[in-house]
Design a protein around this ligand. Structure first.
Ligand code: GUN
Length: 289
Protein backbone atom coordinates (compact mmCIF):
# COMPACT_ATOMS: atom_id res chain seq x y z
CA UNK A 1 0.00 0.00 0.00
CA UNK A 2 1.20 3.49 -0.73
CA UNK A 3 1.86 5.88 2.17
CA UNK A 4 -0.10 9.04 2.86
CA UNK A 5 1.89 11.98 1.45
CA UNK A 6 2.35 14.72 4.04
CA UNK A 7 2.36 17.94 2.06
CA UNK A 8 4.38 20.56 3.93
CA UNK A 9 3.52 22.89 1.08
CA UNK A 10 -0.21 22.72 1.89
CA UNK A 11 0.31 22.98 5.65
CA UNK A 12 2.65 25.95 5.17
CA UNK A 13 -0.01 27.66 3.03
CA UNK A 14 -2.58 27.19 5.81
CA UNK A 15 -0.24 28.59 8.50
CA UNK A 16 0.57 31.59 6.29
CA UNK A 17 -3.15 32.34 5.97
CA UNK A 18 -3.43 32.22 9.77
CA UNK A 19 -0.42 34.54 10.03
CA UNK A 20 -1.99 37.10 7.67
CA UNK A 21 -4.86 37.55 10.15
CA UNK A 22 -2.44 37.97 13.06
CA UNK A 23 -0.36 40.50 11.09
CA UNK A 24 -3.50 42.49 10.16
CA UNK A 25 -4.41 42.56 13.84
CA UNK A 26 -0.93 43.83 14.78
CA UNK A 27 -1.06 46.49 12.05
CA UNK A 28 -4.40 47.72 13.39
CA UNK A 29 -2.50 48.39 16.62
CA UNK A 30 0.23 50.31 14.78
CA UNK A 31 2.76 47.45 14.76
CA UNK A 32 4.37 46.18 11.55
CA UNK A 33 6.47 43.08 12.27
CA UNK A 34 10.03 43.48 10.93
CA UNK A 35 12.70 40.94 9.96
CA UNK A 36 16.34 41.80 9.22
CA UNK A 37 18.29 39.24 7.21
CA UNK A 38 22.06 39.31 6.79
CA UNK A 39 23.81 37.50 3.97
CA UNK A 40 27.61 37.56 3.87
CA UNK A 41 29.18 36.46 0.57
CA UNK A 42 27.74 34.91 -2.55
CA UNK A 43 26.97 31.29 -1.72
CA UNK A 44 24.28 30.44 -4.32
CA UNK A 45 22.15 28.28 -1.98
CA UNK A 46 22.25 30.96 0.73
CA UNK A 47 21.26 33.60 -1.84
CA UNK A 48 18.22 31.50 -2.77
CA UNK A 49 17.23 30.95 0.90
CA UNK A 50 17.57 34.63 1.87
CA UNK A 51 15.74 35.73 -1.30
CA UNK A 52 12.87 33.38 -0.42
CA UNK A 53 12.72 34.78 3.13
CA UNK A 54 12.52 38.34 1.80
CA UNK A 55 9.81 37.38 -0.70
CA UNK A 56 7.74 35.66 2.01
CA UNK A 57 7.98 38.80 4.16
CA UNK A 58 6.61 40.85 1.25
CA UNK A 59 3.81 38.35 0.60
CA UNK A 60 2.71 38.46 4.25
CA UNK A 61 3.14 42.21 4.83
CA UNK A 62 6.16 41.85 7.14
CA UNK A 63 8.77 44.64 6.90
CA UNK A 64 11.94 43.14 5.40
CA UNK A 65 15.37 44.70 5.86
CA UNK A 66 17.87 42.68 3.80
CA UNK A 67 21.61 43.31 4.27
CA UNK A 68 23.93 41.82 1.68
CA UNK A 69 27.61 42.12 2.61
CA UNK A 70 30.74 41.18 0.61
CA UNK A 71 32.49 37.84 1.33
CA UNK A 72 35.53 39.63 2.86
CA UNK A 73 33.45 41.48 5.48
CA UNK A 74 35.27 41.59 8.82
CA UNK A 75 33.82 40.07 11.96
CA UNK A 76 33.84 43.52 13.61
CA UNK A 77 31.78 45.03 10.80
CA UNK A 78 29.19 42.26 11.02
CA UNK A 79 29.02 42.57 14.82
CA UNK A 80 28.44 46.31 14.59
CA UNK A 81 25.59 45.78 12.10
CA UNK A 82 24.02 43.28 14.51
CA UNK A 83 24.39 45.79 17.35
CA UNK A 84 22.60 48.42 15.25
CA UNK A 85 19.76 45.99 14.43
CA UNK A 86 19.50 44.90 18.09
CA UNK A 87 18.72 48.54 18.90
CA UNK A 88 16.39 49.23 15.96
CA UNK A 89 12.78 49.28 17.26
CA UNK A 90 11.37 48.46 13.78
CA UNK A 91 13.18 45.10 13.81
CA UNK A 92 11.61 42.17 15.69
CA UNK A 93 13.84 39.44 14.32
CA UNK A 94 17.44 39.14 13.07
CA UNK A 95 18.66 36.25 10.96
CA UNK A 96 22.27 35.80 9.87
CA UNK A 97 22.35 33.20 7.13
CA UNK A 98 24.74 30.33 7.83
CA UNK A 99 27.36 29.25 6.89
CA UNK A 100 29.52 32.36 7.32
CA UNK A 101 32.88 32.96 5.60
CA UNK A 102 35.98 31.56 7.37
CA UNK A 103 37.25 34.85 8.85
CA UNK A 104 34.05 35.19 10.92
CA UNK A 105 33.49 33.26 14.14
CA UNK A 106 29.95 31.85 13.85
CA UNK A 107 29.49 31.35 17.60
CA UNK A 108 30.45 34.96 18.32
CA UNK A 109 27.92 36.17 15.77
CA UNK A 110 25.05 34.00 17.02
CA UNK A 111 25.83 35.08 20.60
CA UNK A 112 25.71 38.76 19.57
CA UNK A 113 22.10 38.65 18.34
CA UNK A 114 19.77 39.78 21.12
CA UNK A 115 17.94 36.71 22.53
CA UNK A 116 14.73 38.80 22.20
CA UNK A 117 15.27 39.05 18.41
CA UNK A 118 16.77 35.60 17.84
CA UNK A 119 14.08 34.23 15.51
CA UNK A 120 16.33 31.31 14.52
CA UNK A 121 16.36 30.14 18.15
CA UNK A 122 20.16 29.68 17.99
CA UNK A 123 21.26 31.95 20.87
CA UNK A 124 22.57 29.91 23.86
CA UNK A 125 19.99 31.53 26.15
CA UNK A 126 17.16 30.39 23.87
CA UNK A 127 18.73 26.96 23.40
CA UNK A 128 18.96 26.70 27.20
CA UNK A 129 15.32 27.72 27.66
CA UNK A 130 14.27 25.22 25.00
CA UNK A 131 16.16 22.35 26.67
CA UNK A 132 14.89 23.05 30.18
CA UNK A 133 11.12 23.28 29.79
CA UNK A 134 8.94 20.39 30.92
CA UNK A 135 6.98 19.74 27.73
CA UNK A 136 5.71 21.22 24.47
CA UNK A 137 2.81 23.03 26.19
CA UNK A 138 5.33 24.93 28.30
CA UNK A 139 7.30 25.85 25.15
CA UNK A 140 4.12 27.38 23.71
CA UNK A 141 3.07 29.01 26.97
CA UNK A 142 6.50 30.62 27.41
CA UNK A 143 6.42 31.83 23.78
CA UNK A 144 9.88 30.39 23.08
CA UNK A 145 11.54 30.92 19.71
CA UNK A 146 11.54 27.33 18.47
CA UNK A 147 14.15 26.49 15.80
CA UNK A 148 12.40 26.80 12.44
CA UNK A 149 13.07 23.52 10.60
CA UNK A 150 12.39 21.22 13.59
CA UNK A 151 9.32 23.26 14.55
CA UNK A 152 8.06 22.89 10.97
CA UNK A 153 8.49 19.12 11.19
CA UNK A 154 6.51 18.96 14.44
CA UNK A 155 3.72 21.05 12.87
CA UNK A 156 3.53 18.61 9.95
CA UNK A 157 3.22 15.70 12.41
CA UNK A 158 0.65 17.45 14.64
CA UNK A 159 -1.51 18.85 11.84
CA UNK A 160 -1.57 15.41 10.17
CA UNK A 161 -2.91 13.88 13.43
CA UNK A 162 0.07 11.58 13.85
CA UNK A 163 0.51 10.61 17.50
CA UNK A 164 3.86 11.12 19.23
CA UNK A 165 2.82 10.24 22.79
CA UNK A 166 4.62 7.03 23.83
CA UNK A 167 5.80 6.35 20.27
CA UNK A 168 9.31 5.30 19.34
CA UNK A 169 11.06 8.07 17.41
CA UNK A 170 14.46 7.70 15.76
CA UNK A 171 16.42 10.72 14.54
CA UNK A 172 19.15 10.19 11.97
CA UNK A 173 21.64 13.03 12.38
CA UNK A 174 22.89 15.12 15.30
CA UNK A 175 23.34 18.65 13.91
CA UNK A 176 22.64 21.71 16.07
CA UNK A 177 20.17 23.06 13.47
CA UNK A 178 18.07 19.91 13.00
CA UNK A 179 19.06 16.62 14.69
CA UNK A 180 19.46 17.76 18.31
CA UNK A 181 16.50 20.18 18.41
CA UNK A 182 14.03 17.82 16.67
CA UNK A 183 15.00 15.13 19.21
CA UNK A 184 14.17 17.60 22.00
CA UNK A 185 10.82 18.54 20.40
CA UNK A 186 9.84 14.89 19.99
CA UNK A 187 10.77 14.30 23.62
CA UNK A 188 8.70 17.33 24.67
CA UNK A 189 5.79 15.63 22.89
CA UNK A 190 6.36 12.43 24.92
CA UNK A 191 8.00 10.27 22.26
CA UNK A 192 10.79 7.87 23.24
CA UNK A 193 13.72 9.24 21.28
CA UNK A 194 16.94 7.72 19.91
CA UNK A 195 19.52 9.85 18.09
CA UNK A 196 21.67 8.01 15.55
CA UNK A 197 24.86 9.19 13.86
CA UNK A 198 27.84 7.95 11.84
CA UNK A 199 29.15 5.78 14.72
CA UNK A 200 25.81 4.11 15.53
CA UNK A 201 26.06 0.33 15.37
CA UNK A 202 23.48 -1.61 13.38
CA UNK A 203 21.80 1.53 12.15
CA UNK A 204 19.24 -0.28 9.99
CA UNK A 205 17.77 -2.23 12.90
CA UNK A 206 17.58 0.90 15.10
CA UNK A 207 15.75 2.76 12.31
CA UNK A 208 13.41 -0.18 11.83
CA UNK A 209 12.15 0.22 15.42
CA UNK A 210 10.86 3.72 14.65
CA UNK A 211 7.18 4.67 14.59
CA UNK A 212 8.48 8.11 13.58
CA UNK A 213 11.69 8.23 11.56
CA UNK A 214 13.47 11.54 10.97
CA UNK A 215 16.09 11.56 8.21
CA UNK A 216 18.47 14.50 8.59
CA UNK A 217 21.90 13.33 7.51
CA UNK A 218 22.39 15.01 4.14
CA UNK A 219 23.03 11.82 2.14
CA UNK A 220 20.84 11.27 -0.93
CA UNK A 221 18.45 8.28 -0.67
CA UNK A 222 20.31 6.96 2.42
CA UNK A 223 17.18 5.54 4.08
CA UNK A 224 16.17 2.44 2.15
CA UNK A 225 12.98 0.36 2.40
CA UNK A 226 14.63 -2.32 4.60
CA UNK A 227 15.29 0.35 7.29
CA UNK A 228 11.64 1.34 7.67
CA UNK A 229 8.97 -0.26 9.83
CA UNK A 230 5.66 -0.92 8.13
CA UNK A 231 3.25 1.96 8.73
CA UNK A 232 5.93 4.34 10.11
CA UNK A 233 5.80 8.11 9.69
CA UNK A 234 8.89 9.17 7.73
CA UNK A 235 9.99 12.80 7.78
CA UNK A 236 12.70 13.65 5.24
CA UNK A 237 14.77 16.79 5.88
CA UNK A 238 17.30 16.09 3.12
CA UNK A 239 17.92 18.70 0.44
CA UNK A 240 20.54 17.07 -1.78
CA UNK A 241 21.27 18.56 -5.18
CA UNK A 242 22.16 15.64 -7.46
CA UNK A 243 22.30 15.04 -11.21
CA UNK A 244 18.71 13.74 -10.94
CA UNK A 245 17.66 17.04 -9.34
CA UNK A 246 16.64 17.71 -5.73
CA UNK A 247 16.66 14.46 -3.72
CA UNK A 248 15.88 13.78 -0.06
CA UNK A 249 17.69 11.54 2.44
CA UNK A 250 15.03 8.87 1.87
CA UNK A 251 14.68 6.53 -1.11
CA UNK A 252 11.14 7.84 -1.61
CA UNK A 253 10.03 5.59 -4.49
CA UNK A 254 10.68 2.40 -2.44
CA UNK A 255 9.91 3.66 1.07
CA UNK A 256 6.52 5.03 0.00
CA UNK A 257 5.28 1.41 -0.25
CA UNK A 258 6.32 0.56 3.33
CA UNK A 259 5.67 3.74 5.33
CA UNK A 260 2.26 4.83 6.62
CA UNK A 261 3.00 8.48 5.87
CA UNK A 262 5.93 10.32 4.32
CA UNK A 263 7.05 13.85 3.43
CA UNK A 264 8.10 14.38 -0.20
CA UNK A 265 11.18 16.30 -1.39
CA UNK A 266 10.51 18.95 -2.57
CA UNK A 267 7.22 20.06 -1.02
CA UNK A 268 7.66 18.50 2.42
CA UNK A 269 9.74 20.02 5.20
CA UNK A 270 11.30 22.73 2.99
CA UNK A 271 8.29 25.09 2.73
CA UNK A 272 7.73 24.81 6.48
CA UNK A 273 11.11 26.29 7.51
CA UNK A 274 10.48 29.81 6.21
CA UNK A 275 6.89 29.70 7.43
CA UNK A 276 7.98 28.91 10.99
CA UNK A 277 10.53 31.74 10.76
CA UNK A 278 7.62 34.09 10.00
CA UNK A 279 5.73 32.59 12.96
CA UNK A 280 8.69 33.57 15.18
CA UNK A 281 8.84 37.10 13.74
CA UNK A 282 5.13 37.62 14.46
CA UNK A 283 5.56 36.09 17.93
CA UNK A 284 8.38 38.58 18.59
CA UNK A 285 6.37 41.54 17.27
CA UNK A 286 3.49 40.68 19.63
CA UNK A 287 5.89 41.20 22.56
CA UNK A 288 5.99 44.93 21.60
CA UNK A 289 2.41 45.30 22.87
N1 GUN B 1 21.47 27.86 7.03
C1 GUN B 1 20.85 26.67 6.84
N2 GUN B 1 19.75 26.58 7.62
C2 GUN B 1 19.69 27.74 8.33
C3 GUN B 1 18.78 28.24 9.30
O1 GUN B 1 17.81 27.60 9.71
N3 GUN B 1 19.07 29.49 9.79
C4 GUN B 1 20.15 30.21 9.39
N4 GUN B 1 20.35 31.41 9.94
N5 GUN B 1 21.02 29.76 8.48
C5 GUN B 1 20.78 28.53 7.95
Amino acid sequence: MSARILSGKEIAKKIREELKDEIADLKSQGITPGLATILVGEDPASQVYVGAKTKTCHDLGIFSDQHTLPADTSEGKLLSLIDELNNNPKIDGILTQLPLPKQINETKVLDAISPEKDVDGFHPINVGRFFTVKDFEEMVEKKLFLPCTPHGMIEIIKRSDIQMNGKEAVVLGRSNIVGKPIAMLLLANNATVTICHSRTKDLASVCKRADILIAAIGKPKFVTADMVKEGACVIDVGVNRTEQGLVGDVDFEKVVDIAGSITPVPGGVGPMTITMLMVNVVKSAKKRI
